[in-house]
Structures are given as structure tokens and as C-alpha cells.
Design a protein around this ligand. Structure first.
Ligand code: PXP
Length: 237
């Protein structure tokens, strides 16, 4: 069954809006797991506008499920991940000024960098995943640089879903076949929600994990965090 990893960056964004410690992201990490999340995802950015590097160090010992750290592999990110040794690192090609991740890797143009950093994570026993689009050659490139998994960038799916869900999911179904044939595990994330999640995992049962932040934390304003996590879990069943 597909695992739900809750991205808690938005809780840190809310905390940072006022300074101080409220809402408490450490408590949020513990509670998300208590409420049924099967993993916690954090995405520290160089300007620390969401989750901070210090948060990541503090959260790590509180993880009883699976810890996934996402980000661009610059020197400080590499140091952080190698210090924390999470279960999984997801590399994302986002420049520091990006509002959010908005593209997958060009695994061919960045093959040198990716091979080097993935090998380093592997040496430390950390599972690796590369954020990618659905182009077959980029998925083949992910395999060639040594990734264990790909995480499909699902914003294009989410955008088209309301209009034509069959067309929205088709490139992802094809990409999943390419990834599975290459022996790559499949994760997915970005703009997944209570509206579009079930159909995605029904069409692609091979998805091992989804990481969801924005919609889930927004839904929690209406339904509460525990109820929301349970609702997302039900969509995955
Ligand atoms: N996966 C990756 C690689 C991301 O960068 C993000 C956004 O930080 C997500 C998943 C979660 O996206 P959303 O916040 O839209 O659920």
C-alpha cells in the first residue's frame, strides 16, 4: 500500500510568520505520526524560510516512522543529510529563490553532480530518490546515476485532473512502467490533495509513497490534523 509522508514545512512557515515557537514543529512531527502519518518530510531551503536546519536536527530523533529530507544538494544540505542520516533523501533541482519546487531534474545534464552526491548518500546507507517529470529519458537518466527511486512531480497531473483525469494520469502511468521496468521505486508529490489522490494511486498502484504538504495542512484548518491525516490515509487504501 502507498505510504503517506506528511511534509511539515507549512507548519514551520506559520511559526516563522510570528517568530517564537508556536506552532511547535517538533510536536507537529510527533503528532502527525501519532495520527497515522507513515513518514515525515522536511524540505530545508538555504534561506530557512520554512523549516530550519536546526529543526531538522531536532526532529530527527523524534521520528518513529520514516524520515525523508528533500532539497537541492549544495554543501550545507549535504552536511545536514549526512549528519542526520534519514531513511531517504529526495533531491530536488530547485534554485534558492524558487517559491516551491516547480520541475523535475534534468538527469542527463546533471548526471555528473547527481552520480557524485548519490554515491555519497549511498555510502552512508541513505535511500535516494530523484524528483523527476515523466519523460522516459529522464527516468532512465535517474537509473543511470544510481537513484533508488524517482519521485514524480505531480503538479501537471493535479492541474489537468479537474478537466480530464484520464489524460492527466496517462503520462504518469507510462512513466511508472518505465521506472518499474528499470527497477526504480516510485514516489509522488506536489499538489496532491483529497480530490486527486485516490485516482492517482488507483491508476498507479506501484507508488510506494506520496509526500503531501500544502493541501493537507490547509485541509487541517477545516478538519483538524488528526482527522485530515486519517482522510488522506483512507484515500490511499
Ligand atoms: N515533493 C517535493 C519534492 C516537494 O518539493 C514538495 C513541496 O515542498 C512536495 C513533494 C509537496 O508538495 P505539496 O506541498 O504541494 O503537497
Amino acid at each position: 500500500m502507498t505510504k503517506l509522508s506528511v511534509n511539515i514545512n507549512k507548519i514551520a512557515t506559520l511559526r516563522n510568520a510570528r517568530g517564537g515557537r508556536y506552532p511547535d514543529v517538533l510536536k507537529a512531527a510527533i503528532d502527525c505520526q501519532r495520527f497515522g502519518a507513515e513518514g515525515i518530510t522536511v524540505h530545508p531551503r538555504p534561506d530557512e524560510r520554512h523549516i530550519r536546519y536546526a529543526d531538522v536536527l531536532d526532529i530527527a530523533p523524534l521520528i518513529s516512522t520514516e524520515f525523508n529530507i528533500e532539497g537541492y544538494p549544495n554543501a550545507s544540505f549535504m552536511d545536514l543529510v549526512l549528519r542526520v542520516k534519514p531513511h531517504q533523501v529526495t533531491l530536488v533541482p530547485d534554485p534558492p529563490e524558487a517559491l516551491t519546487s516547480n520541475a523535475g531534474w534534468d538527469t542527463l545534464a546533471n548526471a555528473g553532480l547527481l552520480s557524485e552526491v548519490l554515491a555519497e548518500f549511498k555510502r552512508h546507507g541513505i535511500r535516494t530518490s530523484l524528483f523527476t517529470g515523466t519523460e522516459a529519458r529522464m527516468i532512465e537518466g535517474a537509473r543511470a546515476v544510481g537513484a533508488d527511486r524517482v519521485e514524480f512531480y505531480t503538479e501537471p497531473y493535479a492541474d489537468l485532473y479537474p478537466e480530464n483525469k484520464e489524460a492527466a494520469v496517462r503520462p504518469f502511468v507510462d512513466a511508472a512502467k518505465v521506472a518499474s521496468d528499470l527497477g526504480l521505486g516510485i514516489n509522488a508529490g506536489h499538489d496532491l490533495s483529497l480530490h486527486n489522490l485516490r485516482y492517482l494511486v488507483q491508476c498507479i498502484p506501484a507508488i510506494l509513497e506520496v509526500s503531501i504538504g500544502h493541501a493537507l495542512i490547509s485541509d487541517a484548518l477545516y478538519f483538524g490534523l488528526e482527522n485530515t491525516i486519517q482522510r488522506y490515509r483512507r484515500e490511499l487504501q
